[in-house]
Design a binder for this molecule. Structure first.
Ligand SMILES: Cc1cc2nc3c(=O)[nH]c(=O)nc-3n(C[C@H](O)[C@H](O)[C@H](O)COP(=O)(O)OP(=O)(O)OC[C@H]3O[C@@H](n4cnc5c(N)ncnc54)[C@H](O)[C@@H]3O)c2cc1C
Length: 541
């Protein structure tokens, strides 16, 4: 039994089927793919795979392991990318990465025909280029409902190019994929002992049990969509952080973690989740819509556009807006970046294992996110909604069309008014727990305009504020931080077997991808590789 049809689930299902098992995949959504199908398709599998060899790149499992456990790596805010990983799990990844790449190719994934690089993914290690990119080919993109232009189908990287070929391969091999089926519980011989026997599933209001002869593989994709679960790691992440990247295609509702914990499983590598690096929480790139992650924009034509509701306005230059909190107050330089990843590479020279890497990195904390999530001093957790405030001139400079389907007025993620006072009054929506005092917003805009005149942001040091907010109509667009990666989850060993609170293997239970803990690597490489490991071990031991 494989639970979830994303980057972990489909490789696990195929490998298990080819090893001789009969395999059922249950998937809660009406289509396969999970976050993986919405992804950029950048896959940093290295380890000396066939693409690296074809381009004369010498890599090995040992070199990659050395890179991915380099204690000396820190981001410009001082956070060490690799320090809190479990070496057993990283080693297993390095040992199977090359084989996973070759497996993907053998099962129909077409990588863009170019030398591996280090663009787009993260936690890729620095010694040699390791990253490949899945070609979109002719499948309709989930973001648009249409295939990409044939002229660029072999050169555009998307997760579609990974997941549709894997779906075809799985179905051809006889893997049964049960869509719209939600795993709601795991069955074990006794609550805290014995084998895992199968799962309970819900579909269309009915519940039934499915027995697993060999094993259950939890490939449910993580927990950052579950408010209570994610707040175990970071209490700030209350309900208003509702723009999970990858939604509304699929959620990360922690159902895999919770079901496994109910039969005794432990969590692992928890510090990675709260660590200030990468995208576990990040700055939005588009504004005025609920789902505002930088690399995912939904268009009319997508099967989920009725849930996404708007495309969003992509911000090219944060000079064009100010960002204010629920009370209408600025809180940070709008051009401030989110947490970074792989930026240790900007130290020149970066030398693997050298104490100088951390010593020489230029300190740059990028605290827009921390300031946005700091709250308004009302004793409550969560920073509340963040609004980008701008005027008609900004729309001209950015070439924004501030109307549906670009913005989501109906659900309260975008407001327009002829004066700043009226704009503040209009901001009413489910997450705006305090009313925005109109005089606050009026003072904030006036003060900011004075900074534009003087050329100095006396409050937050924005580099030379450029544009006044002065030409009606005025706008308020949702610009609240986005949650994304899950980097802490169930404790697994090198075979992806789930481990309980006493440190013992739970027989018959496996996990990989974002629901598994112990390895902070973002994304597809870790997920596909752990699916590969789990699927094989579950059948062949
Ligand atoms: C916009 C975006 C861009 C990205 N770009 C990249 C990139 O370029 N490179 C990269 O390496 N990574 C990227 N990632 C991250 C990568 O897509 C994920 O890390 C990866 O897909 C995780 O794989 P997974 O199998 O753990 O989860 P998923 O791929 O999300 O699959 C989990 C599946 O389980 C299903 N499921 C959940 N709970 C249940 C349940 N109870 N019962 C049944 N089914 C269930 C879900 O519906 C989903 O289909 C990106 C992610 C996003 C959102």
């Amino acid at each position: 039994m494989v639970v979830g049809s994303g980057a972990t689930g489909l490789p696990a299902a195929i490998v298990a089927r080819e090893a001789g098992a009969s395999v059922i995949v249950v998937e809660v959504e009406p289509d396969i793919g999970g976050h993986a199908i919405t992804s950029g398709g950048n896959v940093p599998l290295g380890g000396g795979n066939s693409a690296q060899r074809a381009h004369g790149i010498e890599d090995s499992a040992d070199l990659m392991f050395r890179d991915l456990t380099d204690w000396s790596v820190v981001e410009p805010n001082g956070f060490p990318d690799y320090r809190y990983n479990d070496h057993e799990i990283v080693r297993a990844f390095c040992d199977h990465a090359a084989a996973t790449h070759d497996f993907l190719v053998e099962h129909g994934v077409v990588f863009i025909d170019q030398a591996p690089d280090a663009h787009g993914g993260n936690a890729v290690g620095n010694s040699v280029p390791r990253e490949m990119h899945c070609a979109a080919m002719g499948w309709p993109m989930v973001q648009t409902g249409k295939p990409v232009d044939p002229a660029v189908r072999a050169t555009t990287s998307t997760g579609n190019g990974m997941m549709r070929p894997l779906e075809i391969a799985a179905r051809k091999l006889g893997v049964e994929i049960m869509l719209r089926h939600r795993m709601v519980a795991l069955h074990r011989e006794a609550t805290r002992s014995g084998r895992v026997l199968g799962i309970a599933v819900e579909t269309n209001g009915t519940r039934f049990d499915v027995r697993a002869r060999n094993a259950v593989i939890v490939a449910t994709g993580g927990s950052t969509g579950n408010v209570n679960f994610r707040r175990m790691f970071d209490p700030r992440l209350t309900e208003e952080y509702c723009g999970l990247a990858g939604m509304p295609w699929s959620d990360q509702d922690a159902s895999g973690e919770i079901a496994a914990m109910e039969v005794g499983a432990a969590l692992w590598g928890l510090y990675n989740q709260a660590g200030e690096f990468g995208y576990s929480v990040t700055k939005p790139a588009a504004i005025g819509c609920q789902y505002n992650y930088q690399n995912l924009r939904w268009r009319p034509g997508s099967a989920v556009f009725d849930k996404a509701r708007a495309i969003g306005l992509l911000v090219n230059d944060w000079q064009d807006v100010i960002t204010v909190n629920m009370l209408g107050r600025r809180f940070y330089d709008e051009t401030g970046r989110a947490f970074t990843t792989n930026n240790y590479n900007s130290i020149n020279p970066y030398v693997q294992g050298s104490y100088l890497n951390a010593k020489n990195i230029v300190w740059n904390p990028n605290n827009w996110l921390n300031a946005a999530m700091a709250g308004i001093g009302d004793g409550k957790n969560g920073g509340g909604p963040i609004w980008a405030i701008f005027d008609a001139d900004a729309c001209v400079r950015e070439q924004w069309v501030p109307e549906p389907p670009h913005v989501d007025r109906a659900a309260g993620f975008f407001f327009r008014a002829d004066s700043i006072v009226e704009l503040a009054r209009k901001i009413v929506m489910q997450y705006q727990r305090a009313k925005m005092p109109p005089e606050n917003l009026e003072q904030t805009v006036a003060r900011y305009n004075s900074f534009v005149e003087s050329g100095v942001d006396a409050d937050f040091g924005k580099p030379t504020p450029l544009y006044k907010i002065a030409t009606p109509p005025f706008y308020a667009a949702w610009a609240t931080p986005v949650v994304h990666d899950t980097r802490a989850g169930l404790r697994i060993n090198a075979h992806c077997q789930v481990i309980d609170m006493r440190g013992e293997i739970i027989p018959g239970l496996y996990c990989g991808g974002e629901s598994a803990g112990g390895f902070s690597q973002h994304g597809l490489a870790r997920a596909t590789c752990q699916g590969f490991i789990a699927g094989r071990h579950a059948v062949s031991g």
